[in-house]
Design a protein around this ligand. Structure first.
Ligand code: PMP
Length: 397
């Protein structure tokens, strides 16, 4: 048995103070219960294509004793072709989460003893700042804290629109000298898409590195990849997780200037992308037609669900992603979480101020949307009676 208590404060005393104080990122629930409709983690409801599954099966043999290609070279070459750039402008990660963490380590000076938000009263140097909008991807503050960087979270307005450069200057809180600015575009959890022209205006005004986190961009009307190819300080982050039904394999990538990409390669783990993930992602790029048809299905279901929920009295934020952020009618958002769970439907609720009156609903199949709408009708038909407290909350995606 492990001894948990010792006289001198327990084994935790060997852990760095910064790490002891950390709050870990909370991912959405992955329940063991069968038959639940999972609309809580923005996974794609459609499976990987047959060609991808075949390619993965075909790679499961004795070769698994060998290390995979250290830089995912085959995949980088194909991605470079897809985006019209050089393979030296592409780095692949164990999910885009890994690359976001690497960007913090690569571009930001750790400066805060004990971590977490900087010393009160002193103006931190831009070199120590990880900057992002609030709300946006809730991993960013966690990554800043892990690194002992200074967080600068700048609130978005009620419509979650991208502030103008002039507005940010007037507001006084935005740091144009931040070492690293992370912009979720389209945004999460709001779902709001941003025009490339607006993003370019913001990028031009920044003196540090900007990562445009396009995790959901395949469901959007516009993408900003051209900015990573045009501006040396802009990186675009993409993932195979959402639009390409490959969460399980953990493959994401950055595109940007070879000097930035080269620097990231220096701090990468030697074999950061697992072999089957490389195989699956390469096969995915060989079957894009299948995935593009799925994007169209997801977008059509999203639009139908948005109108139907609005007809039930929900306030639905416009979405360019594979999820909807809604302010529900009737019971509180937190209660809706429990009410839907009782009906075997999982959605996401965030306890954060400004978001706690909303639910984030991932777009599933049409049949799942119908089940959700039936459940909503049932709850509202009962006038929200029998409301029980919801579970979950926290942060994450
Ligand atoms: N960015 C955003 C905005 C996300 O919501 C997610 C998924 N949680 C990611 C990046 C990370 O995706 P992955 O690590 O699966 O590539």
């Amino acid at each position: 048995m492990v001894t948990t208590k010792t006289k001198d404060g327990g084994a935790a005393r060997w852990v760095r103070p910064l790490v002891r104080k950390l709050h870990a990122y909370v991912p959405g629930e992955q329940p063991k219960i069968r038959g639940l409709i999972k609309l809580n983690t923005n996974e794609n409801p459609y499976p990987p294509s047959d060609r991808v599954l075949e390619a993965v099966r075909g790679a499961v043999d004795g070769r698994m004793r060998l290390y995979p290609n250290p830089t995912a070279e085959g995949l980088r070459v194909k991605l470079a072709r897809l985006h019209g750039c050089d393979p030296a402008q592409v780095i692949v990660g164990n999910g885009s989460d890994e690359l976001l963490a690497m960007a913090v380590r690569c571009f930001v000076e750790p400066g805060v003893a004990g971590g977490g938000g900087g010393r009160a009263g002193s103006r931190p140097s831009g070199r120590q700042i990880v900057q992002y909008f609030d709300p946006s991807y809730s991993l960013y503050p966690v990554l800043a804290d892990i690194h002992g960087a200074v967080r600068n979270a700048v609130p978005l307005g009620d419509d979650f629109g991208l502030p103008t450069v002039a507005g940010l200057r007037r507001g006084g809180r935005w740091r144009f000298d931040a070492a690293l600015t992370l912009v979720t575009t389209p945004n999460a959890p709001s779902g709001r898409g941003y025009a490339t022209a607006e993003l370019e205006g913001l990028c031009r005004a920044m003196r540090g590195v900007v990562v445009l986190d396009e995790a959901y961009v395949d469901f959007a009307r516009e993408n900003a990849m051209e900015l990573a190819l045009r501006h040396p300080h802009v990186l675009v982050s993409r993932t195979f997780s959402k639009a390409y039904s490959l969460c399980f394999q953990r493959v994401g990538y950055f595109v940007g200037h070879p000097d930035l990409v080269g620097a990231l390669h220096k701090i990468r783990d030697s074999y950061n992308v697992n072999g089957l993930g490389q195989v699956a992602a390469e096969a995915t790029l060989g079957d894009l037609g299948y995935y593009r048809a799925n994007f169209r299905k997801v977008v059509a279901t999203r639009e139908r669900l948005a109108s139907a929920l609005a007809a039930h009295g929900f306030t639905v934020s416009p979405s360019d992603t594979n999820f909807l952020l809604v302010k529900p009618a009737g019971p509180s958002a937190r209660d809706w979480l429990g009410l839907l769970r009782e009906r075997r439907i999982l959605v996401r609720w965030f306890s954060a101020p400004g978001l706690d009156d909303r639910l984030r609903i991932s777009i599933g199949t049409d049949a799942e949307a119908d089940r959700l709408l039936r459940a909503v009708g049932e709850v509202l038909g009962k006038g929200g009676k029998g409301v029980r407290s919801g579970r979950g909350g926290g942060r994450g995606s």
